[in-house]
Every structure is written in C-alpha cells, then in structure tokens.
Write a protein that binds this ligand. Structure first.
Ligand SMILES: [Fe+2]
Ligand SMILES: [Fe+2]
Length: 296
C-alpha cells in the first residue's frame, strides 16, 4: 500500500490522518500545477489507487489546484486549497462499503447514510492537527451547491467558500468522468455540457467557464453535433463563452455532405433571443469517417 493510502486507512481506524502523507501528495501536485505547461488532461491521467474514493480525492485535489493556480493563487494558499480538496471526502471512511460501492441508485435510506460523510469529514478534519482550518469547511460545504439546494439541508443563508466552489466543480467533473461500478465514464465534452446546462445553478458560472476554458471544451478542430442535427467542425472559439464556438457545417441533418462554406456562429441569437443552433456534443471523428484537418 502506498503511503498516500495510509491517510485513508488511519482515518478509517479512527486515528488522526497523518498530515505528512497529505503533504507529500500536495507537494507533488503543487509542482505539477506551477509549471507553465500545466495540462489538466495530463493531471487526469494520474496514478490510480486501489481505493476508488482515494483516487477520486487525489484527482479532485489536482483539478482544484489547477483551477486555483489559474486564478493566480500560489504558495501557502495554493497548498491550503490542495489540502482541503484532497480531504473533501474523508468522511466516507465511515460510509458502509455496501452503500459506497453500490451498483445502481441509492434508496432514500442509503442516501441519508451517504449524506453523513460531509459532517463526519468536518469532524475528522477539525481534530486533525496541522490540517488547515479551510479543510473542515470544504468537507462540510462541498455538496451544498451554489444555490444551497444540496446537503446538509436547512443550514440557513450562507456564502460558499471560494475553495468549496472550486472543489465542487472538480468533484462533479471527476465523478462523471470516472468509471464507477454502475456507470461508464462519460466523454469529457459531454460532461462539460452537462455541467454547463442552462447555467447550472449548482456552480459559480464564472469559475465554471474558467474551468471549461482550462480544460479546452471544444478546441478548434473538434467535430461537433448541433441541436439542428447538423455535424460540423469547430473553426473558432468564442472568447467569453466556451460552450458556443463557431462551427463550419459539413453534414446537414440528413447526413448529406455539404458543398461550400457554411459557417455558424452558435453564440448568435435569433430575433426571439434564442440560440437557434447549439453544440450538443463532440463527435468521435472515427465514428463518421471525417478528418477534421481536411476541412479546416
Ligand atoms: Fe462528497
Ligand atoms: Fe467527492
């Protein structure tokens, strides 16, 4: 077992998780995210631990630290964010494995048990010496959602900590991406459009847009399907809205290859104020036998 995983084992045994083990992980992540050539996609290919929840916690720390770094956080504060992100799900050491790894939907009763990990985590982290004060806050808040419709319920008015807002984005992204017993991981572009749907009130929109930009949602050359069922290639990104690029239409809704230039600015509204053509998802070039380079 790696020293990193002893963090989990100690907490599970009711001991205090050793901050030195956490520090080693944070140090190596800080090294990665402070290099200029940070690629979030490279971070997501991080080492897999035997324990799914622990792998998830490390991924979330990486994704959160990359976001924090992109906001120009550095030094001790960047590390503090890293600690808090890494430990966000530590309360799950108390969640029975049948619930934690259950294939399929949780019953209402099981969901109640699952929800306890946010309060349990805050308790564990509060009694761990050297753990930054931010860590229990983020553990407590990370499922609240921006509009406070999550859990714990009925906690009154509250403004989520910036670190929580960053961690929530990383958390949902990693959960949708990972292969869980009950679901195949979703493709990255699909995840990002789910997260961005109708300005999803769960997230801080500014942070979400920055995250999507960081990940490169629909980079130039991406083949996409539009809401009009047309297929095209992204030819330009919109500087303010990564969800609405410029697309060159290649196939019409019937699948017929078009001649000539058909450019659509998906950020443009029609006379009713709607977006007549929106990008629905990215399409695997192999599935339609189209080399995007030949049409750019
Ligand atoms: Fe959680
Ligand atoms: Fe999580």
């Amino acid at each position: 077992m790696s020293s990193a995983e002893t963090l989990w084992e100690q907490a599970k045994a009711g001991e205090k998780p050793n901050p030195d083990d956490a520090r080693k992980i944070i140090d190596s992540l800080a090294n990665i995210v402070t290099q200029d050539r940070t690629s979030l996609m490279a971070l997501t290919a991080l080492k897999k631990y035997d324990n799914y929840t622990f792998t998830h916690m490390v991924n979330v720390a990486a994704l959160a630290m990359a976001q924090a770094r992109a906001l120009n956080l550095d030094g001790p504060l960047l590390r503090e964010f890293g600690f808090a992100a890494l430990m966000h799900d530590i309360g799950k050491v108390n969640t029975p494995l049948e619930v934690l790894n259950k294939p399929g939907k949780l019953t209402a009763e099981e969901f109640t048990i699952m929800k306890m990990h946010v309060v349990d985590g805050a308790h564990i982290l509060r009694r761990t010496p050297e753990m930054p004060a931010l860590a229990p806050v983020v553990a407590f808040e990370h499922h609240l959602r921006q509009d406070l419709t999550g859990y714990p319920e009925n906690i009154g008015h509250r403004k989520l900590n910036l670190c929580t807002q960053i961690v929530s984005i990383a958390d949902v992204f990693d959960a949708l991406r990972s292969n869980r017993p009950y679901r195949e991981g979703l493709a990255t572009a699909r995840i990002k459009s789910i997260m961005g749907e109708q300005g999803n009130p769960a997230f801080n929109q500014t942070l979400l847009r920055r995250f999507v930009n960081l990940m490169g949602l629909f980079p130039i050359g991406t083949i996409v399907r539009l809401s009009s069922e047309e297929i095209g290639v992204v030819t330009a990104e919109h500087p303010e809205d990564p969800f609405r690029p410029q697309v060159k239409i290649i196939f019409d809704a019937a699948g017929t290859r078009l001649e000539g230039e058909h450019l659509v600015n998906t950020w443009e509204r029609d006379s009713r104020g709607d977006f007549p053509k929106a990008v629905v998802e990215s399409v695997d070039p192999d599935s339609i036998e189209l080399d995007p380079l030949t049409v750019l």
